[in-house]
Ligand binder design. Structure first.
Ligand code: LM5
Length: 471
């Protein structure tokens, strides 16, 4: 009987896999790798977990307002608002003069927050370049400020040990050759020139700022871009040859059928899944084992400076909870900031950097190098495993009124010790409530921030030490 069952199972498995093979189509410009990158640069990226995004450009001058009216969309999109004449927007650069820009102080803020990497908008959809590109005059060099913004930023952040990534939008509202779709032969000729311009600018950025670790691409959803999978594929390979180890997310390219992020066979393209803009995966199954990164705004949807924040503004605790969730699902979490036109940060943003940093000083050990723990999710918060170890952190965000945190160990796991990360000597004796199941009693006194409990576990043995003590 047993033999028969195995034979049937094998047959079913065989039928299933050949059916899958039949569904797989041959792609020249699909994924070029299966599974995550295994090299040292990507291994480092995987440990960073907390990043800082900065959206800065001439849109900071308008700050979501024009002629006394407030734009309801994202402030960095104001040029597309019917109330904002293009000619007015395209002359804003003549006022861009961030006399209080202090890259060393920016880097200190980021360091104080606990960010291990940062992403800076070298060029957003408006086309204005924060570096003096030789391929267009629409750059910082034409502004009253004149000096390069990017170089001193890269140096200052690197000096604080923070990796720098360059945001670059493929949309360019300022460039005469940019198109969303190609309707005529003339469009194709123009867009052909535009693609060369993009490639030149990217090559220029890598040459000027050789310590950068990767690019963060945006604006790649238009037909003009996604209908030329061959170009974006060759571009990705060209950049990675120029700069070995360079990290590029899934937003850059499309396959030859126009599929983005995941190719037509549903395999991730690029080095990590980059689709999580202002939303996070719910559960581990949603990330399919891929490296991924989520980027988050403090208000609902404002990236560039917006003078009048409206709607719900995320507190530091909410951001910390999102960071814990992201880490527990094996991803990086990036918090966005939109500096003012003079180069300073608004007080709400400084406060969030400082509060996040205070939390990270005590609890960062649960975040850096952390990942999916393989434990059943519980309502009190998030499990994070220090990658490759038996240390599992509980980031507790919702204490039940009972004050008892349920912990259900996976099979073949033993609980050796539980202690608060903030006070390792104050060991907590777990109460066994079932096979491989415990309460960690923490009381229900009001708390003002998430807190962390470190579980030391061991794998292999079926019976835990607490279980033994009770027999
Ligand atoms: C978001 C998701 C799918 C398509 C378009 C958008 C809008 N987002 C953006 O255009 C830019 N990405 C953000 C990182 C920010 O730069 C925003 O302006």
């Amino acid at each position: 009987m047993k033999k028969y069952c195995i034979a049937v199972a094998l047959l079913i498995a065989q039928l299933y896999s050949s059916a899958q093979e039949k569904d797989t189509i041959a792609l020249q410009h699909g994924a070029h790798r299966s599974g995550n990158r295994t090299d040292a640069d990507m291994a480092r990226w995987r440990t960073l977990r907390l990043g800082q995004f900065i959206h800065w450009g001439v849109y900071a001058i308008t700050g979501g307002e024009w002629k006394g009216k407030t734009y309801n969309g994202a402030a960095e999109w104001i040029r597309s608002w019917k109330e904002m004449p293009h000619a007015d927007y395209d002359n804003l650069y003549k006022q861009f003069n961030p006399v209080n820009y202090n890259p060393e102080q920016w880097a200190q803020y980021a360091k104080g927050m606990g960010a291990k990497y940062m992403i800076i908008t070298t060029k957003h959809h408006d086309g204005f370049c924060l570096w003096p590109s030789k391929y267009t005059r629409y750059t910082i060099a034409s502004s009253p400020y004149r000096k390069d913004i990017i170089g001193p930023m890269v140096d200052a952040y690197n000096k604080e040990g923070i990796d720098v990534y360059l945001y670059f939008s493929i949309i360019d509202w300022n460039h005469p050759d940019w198109r969303t779709s190609l309707k005529t032969p003339a469009d194709s000729v123009a867009y052909g020139r535009f693609k060369i311009f993009v490639k030149n600018q990217l090559q220029e950025l890598l040459t000027r700022y050789p310590t950068v670790k990767g690019f963060w691409f945006d604006g790649t959803w238009d037909d003009s871009w996604k209908n030329d999978g061959a170009f974006s594929d060759e571009l990705e390979q060209y950049l990675q040859q120029l700069h070995p180890g360079l990290i590029i997310g899934s937003r850059l390219r499309a396959d030859e059928k126009g599929a983005r992020h995941f190719d037509s066979n549903n395999h991730l393209m690029g080095d990590y899944e980059q689709g999580w803009e202002r939303k996070l995966p719910e559960k581990y199954a949603d990330v399919h084992g891929n490296d991924w990164e989520g980027v988050m705004t403090i208000p609902e949807n404002q990236w560039g400076y917006c003078a009048k924040w409206a709607g719900h503004i995320k507190s530091s605790n909410e951001l910390i909870e999102m960071l814990a969730r992201s880490t527990s699902l094996g991803g990086n979490f990036v918090i966005n900031f939109g500096p003012k036109p003079d180069g300073t940060f608004r007080s709400e943003e400084i406060q969030r950097m400082q509060e996040t940093g205070s939390w990270m000083k005590i609890n960062g050990n649960a975040i850096y190098g952390g990942g999916y723990a393989g434990f059943d999710k519980q309502d009190w918060g998030y499990y994070i495993r220090k990658a490759g170890t038996d240390s599992v952190f509980m980031v507790v965000c919702n204490v039940p009124v009972s004050g008892n945190l349920r912990v259900k160990l996976p099979p073949h796991t033993t609980l050796l010790k539980a202690s608060p990360l903030a006070q390792p000597s104050a060991e907590i004796t777990p109460e066994m409530i079932g096979k491989n199941e415990y309460f960690i009693q923490v009381g229900n006194a009001p708390r003002t921030a998430p807190f962390v409990i470190l579980l030391q576990t061991s794998t292999g043995a079926e019976n835990g030490s607490f279980e033994k003590a009770r027999t």
